[in-house]
Design a protein around this ligand. Sequence first.
Ligand SMILES: Nc1nc2c([nH]c(=O)n2[C@H]2C[C@H](O)[C@@H](COP(=O)(O)OP(=O)(O)OP(=O)(O)O)O2)c(=O)[nH]1
Length: 136
Amino acid sequence: MAAPIDVAVGILMKANGDVLLAQRPEGKPYAGYWEFPGGKVEPGEAIVDALRREFVEELGVRIGSAEPWCCVEHVYPHAHVRLHFFVCREWEGEPQSLEGQAFSWEGSVGVGPLLPASVPLIGWLERGGAAVTRRR
Ligand SMILES: Nc1nc2c([nH]c(=O)n2[C@H]2C[C@H](O)[C@@H](COP(=O)(O)OP(=O)(O)OP(=O)(O)O)O2)c(=O)[nH]1
């Protein structure tokens, strides 16, 4: 099997625990599914730099702190991905839909479907939400 593709993913989290989800635009695999913003790491690029770049490109948001949270691998028909999730509590700018995507702040996630690899994250966030929210 081909080596996994590294993907940097950011969970933008408000002080009340709400997180930002975006809907994948037309033309991408799993168009219409919901995901945490992010994208593929480019060759030679640090994962956290990819995270910062994707947030500027997709949402016009400059991330301040980004805490590495967890890593999930998933094999899709279109790709084998290794997702590096970060929790981001500080950022500059209001998210804008720069790639035509819908987005939504969610507490207990009400949008769907989510990308399959990201589904467990919601449960982990809800169960550990207080701890994740409290840790600074
Ligand atoms: N951003 C993001 N990607 C996810 C999540 N869950 C999940 O399985 N993925 C997968 C879907 C894709 O196979 C991959 C991200 O690749 P992408 O195609 O969206 O990345 P990109 O924005 O760099 O796209 P492109 O340059 O190829 O158009 O990671 C998630 O929560 N957020």
